[in-house]
Design a protein around this ligand. Structure first.
Ligand SMILES: [Zn+2]
Length: 361
């Protein structure tokens, strides 16, 4: 039986195991050395702005080692660089890279399905044109902050076609390169295609984009031979709130909401609506869903203590929004709060206070 059809207690156990396995793999000498090697030979910092939709998984779709692409997730991939917390996080990421002499590639993604409009982005009512328009507005914001010559920070609009997990790269003049249609895979040809699509991209950034392009072409090639019916329909049963959900390498399990928008209640309500509709359409059992909050920390002591407060706040906040917006659904809410050790990527569940009757421990 597919995991999304199992009883909620089994699904939660499966999720916790997934986190544990991810941390174990992340910490192996082989994985740690692979990351170091990757970073040593590709020094462009990779940042991705993505929709919270669980199908949008860039490391998986581009065959990039976990921990290389830094994700920022929100409903519909909707961001505004004027949001104070997002602006600070992004500035921080760019400043750190630039201080080390590195360039930054910001992948601004939107998503759609080639097979059915209804499988598009819930954040834009499945309207591809609005999703794309929003991506363009973020690119304009990035340019207004970091300049339009793109020599240090390059904003790249990427469509993500979820039926095949294929990237669609947008050039500055409106040209596109649909990687699902890409048959040639030799490196020289790809390099020259990228050069003509993105003539203003610094060569170092282009060289660092190339492995993602190659990885996506290979990934799409393999997916074509698989039956993906289950993977392309919504069957999420987890709402994740906060940061540190890289371990969710399985598409369509979770709706991930970053802590960036000053109005977090909007994406939380939207996510709860998707979960309710998944239950109503019997895409998942209606015996429960998981609300999981997480905040990463680097060091034990004050840093971890603050992450604990943040995670608890996010869980309580989201639970209240869901209780108000979806009272019926909220009775099936199972809440877990956690912090994430950033060095080991280990999710550490926090003990909950006894008044939280619905908590799962
Ligand atoms: Zn979406």
């Amino acid at each position: 039986m597919a995991i999304h059809n199992r009883p909620i207690a089994e699904r939660i156990e499966w999720l916790i195991d997934l986190g544990r396995e991810h941390s174990k793999r992340f910490c192996t000498p082989e994985a740690q050395l692979a990351r170091r090697r990757y970073l040593a030979s590709h020094d462009t910092a990779l940042i991705a702005l993505k929709c919270m939709d669980g199908r949008i998984h860039l490391p998986y779709a581009t065959r990039t080692p976990p921990g290389i692409i830094r994700p920022f997730r929100n409903l519909g991939g909707i961001f505004d660089l004027g949001w104070p917390y997002l602006g600070e996080m992004l500035t921080d990421a760019v400043d750190t890279a630039v201080a080390d002499g590195r360039r930054v590639l910001i992948m601004i993604t939107y998503h759609y399905s080639r097979g059915a409009q209804s499988r598009g982005c819930a954040g834009f009512d499945c309207d591809l044109e609005s999703a794309y328009r929003h991506a363009r507005s973020i690119r304009d914001q990035v340019q207004s902050v970091y300049g339009d010559a793109h020599q240090t920070v390059y904003p790249l609009i990427c469509g993500f076609e979820t039926d095949l997990d294929a990237l669609v790269l947008h050039g500055p003049t409106g040209n596109v390169l649909d990687l699902a249609k890409q048959t040639v895979t030799d490196r020289d040809t790809l390099t020259s295609e990228l050069n003509s699509l993105l003539p203003d991209m610094p060569q170092q950034v282009l060289r660092d984009l190339l492995p993602l392009v190659e990885g996506n072409i290979r990934h799409v090639g393999e997916l074509r031979h698989r039956d993906r019916q289950l993977d392309i329909e919504h069957h999420e049963w987890v709402i994740c709130l906060g940061r540190g959900f890289d371990f969710l390498h399985v598409p369509n399990v979770a709706l991930i909401i970053g802590p960036y928008s000053p109005d977090l209640s909007h994406p939380i309500r939207q996510a709860a609506g998707i979960i309710r509709s998944n239950m109503e359409q019997e895409r998942i059992p209606d015996d429960g869903f998981l609300l999981l909050s997480s905040s990463p920390y680097d060091e034990h002591g004050a840093d971890r203590a603050r992450a604990t407060l943040k995670s608890r706040f996010l869980a309580e906040f989201a639970a209240q929004v869901i209780r108000d917006a979806e009272p019926e659904l909220s009775r099936r809410m199972i809440r877990r709060t956690a912090v994430l050790n950033w060095q080991t990527r280990r999710l550490e569940p926090l003990p909950d206070t006894p008044d939280r009757l619905h908590d799962f421990q």
